[in-house]
Design a protein around this ligand. Structure first.
Ligand code: ADP
Ligand code: MG
Length: 600
């Protein structure tokens, strides 16, 4: 047998060090992160970080923490040297940011490093300096209590690493980001960041998480955040989440902290997003700062060298814990039926007639109005089904978390104004609501249609003279295939020969003149929706089609009663804040905001 050319050899320690360093120190921002974490662990109340040339030329982190004496300083650069844990058991009781004892060793291997530190206030300490992992013994040096770490020429001996680095600009952005993220978790610590000699961030000690978030993200941003709290044995959470009313397509912050450690967890992020999504559709995402305090024995922080990932013993329980708290807190801040009542005086022009009907709500009572001048069919026509009384319907109450008032609160008539025949303006207790009449009606009809499908039949009106609906050869089969759904919605349709159908009964609230356009737009909706695949369930697809086709359109004039019925019905819905497709149905402008806009 010929000798193999290669044989297994243990790598020289300088190479091992570089490989190991690569796991912890990926970029300048990782250096800043590790050094600030060390300063926090040392109990510092002031931490000053500085970077030159995005951190490649120099990174300095100075703290006023406990410092190190000569012996500790000497050991600090050794790999797996730590003062923070002593045994494997301690890994499940980690209270400090660090515990792996490899950050300083890693940084030392790939830079020119100097650490100056003193454990007492005498003004004298020690310094250790070297490069590429080769360091001399500590030398006496002047230093107040605390530690200053200086990292020069990062990756000078790892050219490959430097080559793969992104632009200076994005490395600098990452440095800023990392300081912001760490600062958020430790409001009582004064942080500063200096970049290329200029003061970039300065967060003086704050007395609360929210105050610190205000420092980082801006006061106006922090003011709009919703606080969510939840606690159960071994688990506590406080989170600050942007209001769904802010409508952000791209969130600024999605920061999760577990025991003050910034970590990524898809499960938690998903739970927050889902809870938020209850109030708003999928295209909008919340900004959030979520701080979890979890019994350290229930998590494993040691799954990633940079300590960015974390394992929970029961991820499901955690998700539902977060979800419940966020949903509850957001729901409580949004306008509900209770906001509609109280402060209103009705405009003189408003009709008074049907008010009695509104005062005594009956299950599924319909709000009857005379047909408009354009319609001459003679059928008593209705436009908007009045909501189910909150008294008899738990869902109505569940859907309105803000409602602390008596069940009759939802029935107060309020003065509404129609704007551009598209939006409804309604004064509410703490501001005004602007409601998109089509989106709102779509939401109401969608939920009603789903109920109709479940129950099999909706209220309908028999027509004396059937309406003939002309469709195309493509359209007609769509209706026939979904005939049971159409029946559930209140239609009685039969084949009229050719491509036509005849309707002998229609939904109770529909005007005969609207039947043909409504059915036509339902079919069009179904044709398009099929391609877009928004709703997986057929029933939902048909309900959405019905809602879209039958809902009042922009450009349709509404009177007081109709607007009131719409607003009240909307707040009786399960998910009043979005249309079936997730677009908002209403925008609230609070009194606070109005006052602000008028500089009062
Ligand atoms: P770890 O933080 O995981 O323990 P490091 O390599 O980051 O590992 O630090 C090694 C040790 O050096 C720490 O355990 C700590 O005792 C000491 N140390 C590092 N930085 C500081 C500091 N800023 N102040 C006081 N001690 C420090
Ligand atoms: Mg550390």
């Amino acid at each position: 047998m010929p000798h193999r050319h290669s044989s297994i050899e243990i790598l020289p320690s300088s190479v091992i060090e570089k490989i190991a360093a690569g796991e912890v120190i990926e970029r300048p921002a990782s250096v800043i992160k590790e050094l600030i974490e060390n300063a926090v662990d040392a109990g510092a109340t002031k931490i000053d970080a500085a970077a030159i040339d995005a951190g490649f030329s120099r990174i300095t982190v100075a703290d006023n923490g406990c410092g190190m004496d000569q012996a500790d300083l000497d050991k600090s650069l050794l790999r797996y040297a730590t003062s923070k844990i002593r045994s494997a058991d301690d890994l499940f009781a980690v209270k400090s940011m660090g515990f792996r004892g490899e950050a300083l060793a890693s940084i030392a291997a790939v830079s020119r490093l100097t650490i100056t530190s003193s454990a007492d206030t005498g003004g004298l300490g020690h310094m250790i300096a070297g490069e590429g992992g080769v360091y001399g013994p500590p030398q006496p040096a002047a230093h107040g209590k605390g530690t200053t770490v200086e990292v020069r020429d990062l990756f000078y001996n790892v050219p490959a690493r430097k080559k793969f680095m992104k632009s200076r600009r994005s490395e600098q952005a990452a440095v800023v980001r990392v300081v912001e993220q760490l600062a958020a978790a430790f409001p009582s610590v004064h942080f500063t960041l200096t970049i290329d000699g200029a003061r970039f961030l300065d967060y003086p000690a704050a007395d609360s998480l929210l105050a610190r978030i205000g420092g980082i993200a801006g006061l106006s941003f922090a003011k709009g955040l919703i606080e969510c709290r939840n606690a159960r044995p071994g688990m506590e959470m406080v989170a600050y989440i942007s209001s769904p009313e802010l409508l952000q397509a791209r969130p600024r912050f999605q920061s999760l902290y577990v025991n003050s450690r910034r970590v990524d967890s898809d499960a938690v992020t998903y739970a927050v997003r889902e809870a938020f999504g209850q109030f708003l559709g999928g295209q909008y995402r919340p900004s959030f700062f979520c701080f979890l305090t979890v019994d350290p024995s229930r998590i494993d922080v040691n799954v990633h060298p940079a300590k960015q990932l974390i394992k929970f013993d029961d991820e499901r329980a955690l998700s539902s814990f977060v979800y419940a708290a966020v949903k509850q807190a957001i729901g409580a801040t949004l306008p509900g039926p209770a906001d509609l009542s109280g402060n209103q005086t009705r405009p003189e022009s408003a009709a008074v007639g049907p008010e009695e009907a509104a005062l005594e709500p009956v299950q599924e009572q319909l709000y009857l109005v005379k047909s408009g001048p354009a319609s001459g069919s003679g059928v008593a026509e209705t436009i908007i089904p009045f909501p189910v009384s909150p008294k008899n319907n738990e869902q109505a109450v569940a859907g309105a978390p803000g409602d602390q008032q008596g069940p009759d609160a939802a029935w107060d008539l309020i003065s509404c104004y129609q704007i551009h025949e598209t939006f409804i303006l309604a004064p509410i207790k703490n501001g005004i609501l602007l409601i998109d009449q089509h989106a709102a009606h779509e939401r109401i009809l969608f939920e009603q249609a789903l109920e109709d499908i479940a129950r099999g039949r909706s209220a309908s009106q028999q027509l004396l003279f059937p309406v003939v609906i002309e469709l195309s050869a493509v359209e007609k089969p769509i209706v026939l295939a979904g005939l049971s759904f159409f029946t559930a919605f209140g239609f009685e349709l039969s084949d009229f020969g050719g491509n036509a159908l005849s309707a002998s009964a229609i939904p109770f609230f529909m005007r005969t003149s609207d039947v043909e356009p409504a059915v036509r737009s339902m079919v069009r909706y179904l044709l398009e929706e099929k391609e877009r695949d928004v709703f997986k369930e057929t029933a939902k697809r048909f309900a959405a089609a019905f809602a879209c086709g039958a809902a009042i359109k922009a450009g349709q004039k509404l009177n007081q009663e109709e607007m009131n019925a719409l607003v009240n019905s909307l707040f009786a819905a399960k998910s009043p804040y979005t249309c079936p497709h997730g677009r908002p149905t209403l925008v609230r402008i609070s009194l606070d905001e109005l006052l602000r806009r008028f500089l009062r």
